[in-house]
Design a protein around this ligand. Structure first.
Ligand code: ATR
Length: 269
C-alpha cells in the first residue's frame, strides 16, 4: 500500500503540487502517491475525516480552505499560529491532526536559494493570507517591516496581529523604496488575468542593491520582475516559494527532506 497524500481546495482547477510531490517520491524511491482532491467548502470537514480514516498521511490545503483547516486541527505549529492559517495537515498516528503553515519558511528559503541574504528592511505589498505568513517570517527573522495595501485596514490588521511592522499608504510605496533592501509583492497584481497596475516606472526610486521578489509565479516573469530586470536589479521569482513551501509537508508524510533541484524547477515552468 503506497503512502498517500493530496492537495485539496475548491475549485482547484490548476495546481502544481502533484508534480512536485510525485517527482520527489520517484527521486527518493518512495512508494507514495500524491493526489489532487477538490472538496467543496460544505464537504471540507467530512472529506478530511474520510481521508484520515482511509490512511492518508496528510494534505495540503489551499484556497478557500486555509482558515477552515486552521479551525479544524488539534494543534498548530508556531508558524501556523502566527500566520492565522494552515496549508499543511499532518495526520498523526494517534488520530489527531497537526496544522502547519509553510508559506513563510518557503519564502525565506526561496531567498536563500537565490543567494539573497536576509534584509534588514523590507517592504511588503499586499495584505492577504500569503502576506501575513511572509510578514511573520520576515519579522521573526529580525527584519524591519513596512506594509502597503490598497485596503489599508487589512495591512493594519496584519501589523496588529503580528505585533510588528509599519503601515504606509498604498499610494506612497514607490517613494518608500530608497529605505528598503527587499521588495516583496504578495498581491495578485501581475498574475495572469489580474492586470490593472502600471509597473513600468514603479522602481524609479530603488537603490541599485534592491532585491525585488514576487510570490506570483504565473507568469514567472511578472511585470514587477520585468521592471526589476530592466533596471538590472536582482529579481527572485515565485517558483522558489512554491517549491520550498512544499518541502516540510513532504518530509512529514513521506520521510526525506527533499531538495529543490534544477530538474524539478524545469518541470514546473
Ligand atoms: P491571498 O490570501 O492569496 O494573499 P487575497 O486575500 O485575495 O489573496 O489578497 C490579494 C491581495 O492583492 C490583497 O492585498 C489585495 O488588496 P485588497 O486587500 O485591497 O483587496 C491585492 N489586490 C488585488 N487586486 C488589487 C488591485 N487592483 N490593486 C491593488 N491591490 C490589489
Amino acid at each position: 500500500m503506497p503512502k498517500l497524500a493530496a492537495v485539496t481546495g475548491w475549485p482547484l482547477t490548476y495546481t502544481r503540487s502533484p508534480i512536485l510531490h510525485n517527482y520527489w517520491c520517484a527521486r527518493y524511491g518512495i512508494d507514495g502517491l500524491y493526489l489532487r482532491l477538490p472538496l467543496a467548502p460544505e464537504d471540507f470537514e467530512s472529506g478530511i475525516r474520510a481521508l484520515q480514516a482511509l490512511g492518508f498521511a496528510g494534505l495540503n490545503v489551499t484556497i478557500p480552505h486555509k482558515e477552515a483547516a486552521f479551525a479544524l486541527v488539534d494543534r498548530r505549529t508556531p508558524p501556523a499560529q502566527r500566520a492565522g492559517s494552515v496549508n499543511t495537515l499532518i495526520f498523526e498516528a494517534d488520530g489527531t491532526v497537526t496544522g502547519d503553515c509553510t508559506d513563510g519558511v518557503g519564502y525565506i528559503d526561496s531567498l536563500k536559494e537565490a543567494g539573497v541574504s536576509l534584509p534588514r528592511r523590507a517592504l511588503v505589498l499586499g495584505a492577504g493570507g500569503a502576506s501575513r505568513a511572509v510578514c511573520a517570517a520576515l519579522l521573526d527573522a529580525g527584519c524591519t517591516l513596512t506594509l502597503a495595501n490598497r485596503t489599508q485596514s487589512r495591512a493594519e490588521a496584519i501589523v496588529s496581529a503580528l505585533g510588528g511592522g509599519d503601515v504606509i499608504a498604498w499610494e506612497d510605496w514607490t517613494a518608500h523604496l530608497p529605505d528598503v533592501e527587499l521588495l516583496v509583492n504578495t498581491t495578485s497584481l501581475g498574475m495572469k488575468g489580474h492586470e490593472g497596475f502600471d509597473w513600468g516606472d514603479c522602481l524609479t526610486h530603488a537603490s541599485p542593491s534592491l532585491v525585488v521578489s514576487d510570490i506570483v509565479y504565473m507568469p514567472l516573469e511578472t511585470p514587477l520582475l520585468a521592471a526589476a530586470h530592466a533596471r538590472s536589479l536582482k529579481a527572485v521569482d515565485g517558483l522558489g516559494m512554491l517549491i520550498h513551501q512544499a518541502r516540510p509537508g513532504f518530509a512529514a508524510w513521506f520521510g526525506p527532506y527533499p531538495e529543490a533541484d534544477a530538474t524539478l524547477r524545469a518541470r514546473l515552468v
